[in-house]
Write a protein that binds this ligand. Structure first.
Ligand code: ATP
Ligand code: MG
Length: 445
């Protein structure tokens, strides 16, 4: 993309309404525009990152054997009366009446609807296990929408639902989700720690929240600092292997890590003092096992191997897709702007032309731009007629992980500059080598 043809409405001033750095940078980098409290338009660059995050979520769900579908944002109130949640959900639910006076709602989550789909089409235990998920907009009329996309009213969520014959199978689905979420967050350059949590209006006994440690997080968390040393990394996971999924789950959840809702001072005090940490965290996901809480009242049953009908064991599993943009920025930025991890960056690299209009410099930039495109990469070429300082400031703000800087002086010596946004380290190398380096960096991302 050439910047002169792109839509990147960068703000020079710090927006007064933004209290935390991710909100400030998302507004300044022209990623989002607020349309009403907690409701945003996603401008092109913000939308690009959002889709990148969605894609990683889809890829990791597919790897775990989960199947994607799409349910609507609007739901009939009657479905929620079956589970008893229509009255319970309270003011966070946006209730709507259509012209036929039918009561509807904008879905805050989809347990009822997915259970309705299941009971309409699945009859036998032979069709299990089954996990269905979607990535869809939700609406919760939050009391205090704030911090930009972190606590919106309309927000994008991945929510998945498992259906299993037995509790044991459903707990395997729980572990499978836990492992697939760890991989999902790691691919986004994030460390999200599973912590024991409270089940809230979803209900159920087993639940973990995934928290990204950050000063601006809304949750208070308590943990053994040894949990921050564990990574999933590149290890091979067989998602059908119950023992393996369980052992990864145990590895990540045995050490003390809890949100304030389930915090237990006595257990916490048993941790060696130097490892006892309390901090703030951003909740980027949550998994639940809730047994037959919905299948029972809603009649989602299957015929089991013995010929009798039993309600299925279920769980639900959510990732805050739009909140993740904020969480990633909170975890990865400096005083000049965002620093995107390679896994989610909106463009693979920036190209800065230091002397727009200079024939040799323009030609070298064009050459690099086209070479990167030919390799299937997506560079952002700053071809504006602007001062070098302004171009660098824009690149630093929007946070592309790599920058190739091209100017007449370097070209005389046959070199361009390749700079890492994270370390600030620059190298002078040939244009060909710069292109090859960028290609190599993204080859296995
Ligand atoms: P919270 O405690 O932050 O209100 P929740 O526990 O009610 O969240 P879940 O029902 O677990 O939310 O939803 C799954 C994920 O969706 C959460 O882990 C979070 O990342 C995201 N999410 C929830 N509410 C919002 C919101 N208002 N804005 C943006 N993302 C949200
Ligand atoms: Mg939650």
């Amino acid at each position: 993309m050439r910047l002169t043809r792109y839509f990147l409405p960068v703000l020079k001033e710090n927006p007064a309404e933004a209290q935390i750095v991710s909100h400030r940078y998302m507004l300044r980098a022209g990623m989002i525009k607020q349309q009403a409290a907690g409701i945003y338009s996603w401008l092109p660059m913000g939308y690009k990152v959002l889709r990148r995050i969605e894609q990683i979520v889809h890829e990791e769900q597919a790897r775990a054997g989960h199947i994607s579908l799409l349910m609507p944002t609007l739901q009939p109130a009657d479905l929620w009366r079956e589970s008893g949640r229509y009255e319970d959900y309270g003011q966070e639910m946006l209730r709507i009446t259509d012209r036929q006076k039918r009561e509807m709602l904008y879905g805050p989550t989809n347990e009822e609807m997915i259970t309705d789909i299941f009971r309409a089409h699945v009859n036998s235990y032979k069709d299990l296990p089954l996990t269905l998920y979607h990535i869809q907009w939700k609406f919760r009329d939050e009391m205090r929408p704030r911090f930009g996309v972190m606590r919106g009213r309309e927000f994008l969520m991945k929510d998945g639902y498992n259906f299993d014959l037995t509790k044991e199978d459903a707990l395997h689905a729980y572990n499978r989700h836990l492992v697939s979420y760890l991989r999902t967050y790691e691919r986004m350059g994030l460390q999200a720690i599973p912590m024991r949590a409270d089940s809230g209006p979803i209900g159920g006994d087993d639940t973990h929240e995934f928290l990204v440690l950050a000063e601006t997080g809304e949750s208070e968390v308590f943990y053994d600092s040894a949990v921050t040393d564990i990574r999933l990394g590149e290890r091979e996971i067989d998602y059908d292997n119950k023992a393996q999924c369980q052992s990864v789950m145990e590895e990540f959840t045995s050490l003390y890590a809890r949100t304030d809702e389930t915090h237990d001072a006595a257990l916490f005090d048993a941790i060696p003092e130097e490892r006892r940490k309390s901090a703030r965290g951003i909740e980027v996901g949550q998994i639940f096992y809730f047994g037959t809480k919905y299948s029972d009242p809603m009649g989602a049953t299957v015929v089991g191997p013995d010929g009798t009908r039993t309600p299925v064991h279920m769980g639900s599993h959510g990732i805050g897709v739009s909140r993740l943009l904020g969480a990633i920025i909170e975890a990865s930025h400096d005083d000049k702007g965002i620093i995107w991890p390679e896994g989610v960056t909106p463009f693979h690299c920036g190209i800065v032309n230091l002397k727009q209009g200079d024939e040799a410099t323009d030609a070298a930039c064009e050459h690099i731009y086209k070479a990167l495109k030919l390799l299937g990469l997506d560079p952002l070429y700053d071809d504006r007629d602007e001062r070098a300082g302004a171009k660098f400031a824009t690149m630093d703000l929007i946070g592309l992980p790599w920058r190739i800087t091209v100017g007449p002086r370097g070209l005389k010596n046959g070199v361009v500059e390749l700079t890492s946004r994270r370390t600030g380290v620059s190298e002078e190398i040939s244009a060909e080598d710069a292109v090859a380096r960028i290609a190599a960096i993204y080859a296995d991302i």
